[in-house]
Design a binder for this molecule. Structure first.
Ligand code: DI6
Ligand code: FE
Length: 402
């Protein structure tokens, strides 16, 4: 095993730092020490500063921050490919969900797997993301219908960090689906979330944030507000599945709670965009779900851009609406379907994705003092990462300096 404490120099790269401060023109090298970026400078400079360092020559390759997938539901059991056939035959996502398919069918399959089997099911999907240069991954629970099952999924998500060289940020997707025959229905379920489950998850230390699904087929604004009040009293930051299938005014709701992010936003109106801008909440665009559901109305990208709302892009990897395990593909979909520029796409999977997770202070750009998480690419120019589909351009990934 290489020693993370020893200095390593990544030299002769073309650095796309994604940082606000412009670096020197001659900066082509990065010194990694103790998992962090200790210095950025010219090859000669850094050799002088770190004469004993191991040197890795990048031969002029493009270097970006390691990619960050800031919205996934990647830990689950089962297979819903048959649902795709039903949808191709004309059934809607909502009607399948109402008939007990959808999230509930994944929940049933998830309940049948123990921790080892859940991790084994998730790993191929995670490995696909690693092959795209992902170094930080958000994973939501939400397919467990009991508190115990939710904690199990969060535990598995955390355990992924010991199985792969990767940082995981976990989110308790508290209000995702109402367990069947729950006493008191959805209100009863929200009551249990607020009086028991959220406190238990907070005490477990297994969640970095709390999420909810605000939709006609899921939870109402009033119900989500209750969950968010409770999360905030437990000092857990919130984020929201907002305005994906209808305008529930979810963006404004997320903004009201200073959410880290509001995700989807296909039906968000101008007032919602203004609220996000005011709150500094990140808009997380999920073009895989838009594509897979064959939606017609794209999120209000020009309005978001004009209002200065930061935009991130994620896979939303989930078995029902976005079976997508490629963040590079998500960038392409965001460019082609939503009209993001290639620069916006690249910021969306690095700096803005870090902002959406509340971890911008230590990752998301190549800057001294941040984690040394890098993706090194076999491409001539950054736009090539957005342009092609399925070309596997990653040369090498660096996580924590190694
Ligand atoms: N995230 C979700 O939680 C839902 N859609 C989305 O983008 C439903 C996922 C599912 O059908 O399993
Ligand atoms: Fe989602």
């Amino acid at each position: 095993m290489p020693d993370a404490k020893a200095a390593r120099l990544y030299v002769n790269g073309r650095l796309l730092t994604m940082s606000a401060s412009a670096g020197g023109d001659a900066d082509d090298s990065i010194a990694a020490l103790d998992g962090q970026i200790a210095a950025i400078g010219s090859h000669a400079e850094l050799r002088r500063q770190y004469p004993d360092a191991e040197v890795i020559d990048l031969d002029g390759r493009l270097v970006t921050p390691g990619l960050i997938d800031c919205h996934t539901h990647i830990v689950y059991g089962g297979d819903r490919s048959s649902e795709m056939e039903r949808r191709l035959a004309g059934e809607s996502y909502e009607s399948i969900a109402r008939a007990g398919g959808g999230i509930l069918s994944t929940a049933a399959a998830t309940a049948r797997l123990d921790e080892a089997a859940l991790a084994a099911a998730a790993l191929p999907r995670i490995d696909a993301l690693l092959a795209d240069g992902v170094t930080t991954l958000e994973i939501k629970s939400g397919y467990g219908l009991t508190l115990a099952a939710e904690l199990r999924c969060l535990q598995v998500a955390r355990h992924i960090e010991s199985l792969r060289p990767l940082s995981v940020r976990t989110t308790y997707l508290a209000a995702h689906v109402v367990p069947p025959r729950f006493p008191g229905g959805s209100d009863g379920y929200v009551e249990s979330l607020c009086t028991q489950y959220l406190a238990a998850v907070a005490a477990s230390g297994l969640a970095h944030a709390v999420d909810a699904y605000c939709e006609t087929i899921a939870f109402s604004v009033a119900q989500v507000a209750r969950v968010f009040d409770c999360a905030q009293s437990l000092k857990l930051p919130v984020k929201l599945h907002a305005d994906q299938l209808s305008n529930m005014h979810g963006a404004a709701l997320a903004a009201r709670y200073s959410a880290l992010s509001a995700d989807h936003l296909e039906f968000t109106d101008q007032a919602g965009v203004g609220a996000l801008a005011e709150a500094g909440t990140v808009a997380v665009l999920l073009p895989g779900a838009f594509y897979f559901l064959r939606q017609q109305q794209a999120p209000p990208v020009s309005a978001l851009r004009q209002a200065g709302v930061p935009m991130a892009i994620a896979t939303d990897c989930n078995p029902g609406t976005s079976p997508l395990c490629s963040l590079l593909t998500a960038m392409n979909l965001a460019a082609v379907q939503f009209g993001l520029s290639t620069a916006e796409c690249l910021a969306g999977v690095t700096r803005e994705a870090a902002r959406a997770l509340g971890v911008l202070a230590d990752r998301g750009s190549i800057e001294v003092g941040k984690r040394c998480d890098l993706a090194i690419w076999n491409v001539d120019q950054p736009s090539a990462l957005v342009y092609s589909l399925g070309s596997r351009p990653l040369y090498r990934r660096v996580w924590g300096g190694l």
